[in-house]
Design a protein around this ligand. Structure first.
Ligand SMILES: Nc1nc2c(ncn2[C@@H]2O[C@H](COP(=O)(O)OP(=O)(O)OP(=O)(O)O)[C@@H](O)[C@H]2O)c(=O)[nH]1
Ligand SMILES: [Mg+2]
Length: 255
């Protein structure tokens, strides 16, 4: 299979007012803004790699769009930074404005899978911006904060939004973040599990601070998307729920 080279982009940001995808036709992009849509396709057929006209960078075989959603402050940006750079953004909380993205190429069972990860703003005032991007997502990671009950209570509202705006076949996973903050925890693991079961979602608890289950969450998504796109009959079927259950580490470790 031919492989696509992609520039080693650190990602980019799409300001709230300038880059809404048009319902039909090309998207508007502010000059100079790297645009995610130019590299990964809308939900539907994944983008298979092809020889690149561009400069140096990582090769990949197939690319997908993954979106991080959930209330403001649950740790979406920190989760992405942990996954992409292996670091934790401690200190002052800088709320995301509009939408940002980062690319990361994973090796999934011998295939290079590029995830283009969109980090959305959780604040209500940016909701209409986020809505416009749902339809292009192949996968969604829906986060709440285990130290913030309201963020957990809002999961149902997020699920309604997802149902309304995302593709019906989108891969969806629920994540309870900040499990390193054991003393401040107000949402029990069992509550997360129960909610996930109710909606038939794979579920894990994570910590962007310690790194607990962060790589696993993205790897699980990449494996599921790769399996869906390649459908090799000889391969054993990948089961996202089972994988996450088997590989996910409990919240007691890795603080
Ligand atoms: N203890 C702990 N704090 C975290 C964790 N993840 C994020 N935080 C903190 O939570 C705050 C919010 O994190 P962000 O990642 O910026 O939250 P966000 O979901 O991107 O928020 P918006 O951009 O407003 O939607 C920051 O002060 C982080 O340092 C975590 O796993 N553990
Ligand atoms: Mg953010």
């Amino acid at each position: 299979m031919s492989r696509k080279k992609t520039p080693k982009s650190k990602g980019g940001s799409v300001p709230a007012a300038s880059a809404l995808p048009a319902a039909n036709g090309p998207r508007q992009v502010r000059p100079g803004t790297a645009h995610p849509g130019s590299e990964a396709p809308p939900n539907g057929p994944p983008q298979f790699g092809r020889p690149s006209l561009g400069g140096g960078g990582d090769f990949y075989d197939v690319a997908f769009k993954v979106m991080l959603v959930g209330d403001s402050g649950v740790g979406k940006t920190c989760l992405l930074v942990r996954f992409k750079d292996g670091a934790f953004l401690a200190g002052t909380f800088i709320s995301t404005v509009g939408i940002d993205f980062r690319n990361k190429v994973l090796d999934v069972d011998g295939m290079k899978v590029k995830l283009q990860i969109w980090d959305t703003a959780g604040q209500e005032r940016f909701r209409s911006v986020t809505h416009a991007y749902y339809r292009d997502a192949h996968a969604l990671l829906l986060l709440y904060d285990v130290t913030n009950k309201a963020s957990f209570d809002n999961i149902q509202a997020w699920l309604s939004e997802i149902q309304e705006y995302a593709q019906h076949n989108v891969v969806l996973m629920l994540l309870g973040n900040k499990v390193d903050s054991a003393h401040e925890r107000v949402v029990k693991r069992e509550d997360g599990e129960k909610l996930a079961k109710e909606y038939g979602l794979p579920f894990m608890e994570t910590s962007a601070k310690s790194g607990l289950n962060v790589d696993l969450a993205f790897t699980a998504i990449a494996k599921e998307l790769k399996q869906r796109s390649t459908k090799a009959p000889s391969e054993p079927r990948f089961r996202l729920h089972d994988y996450v259950k088997r590989e996910g580490q409990g919240s007691s470790c890795c603080s």
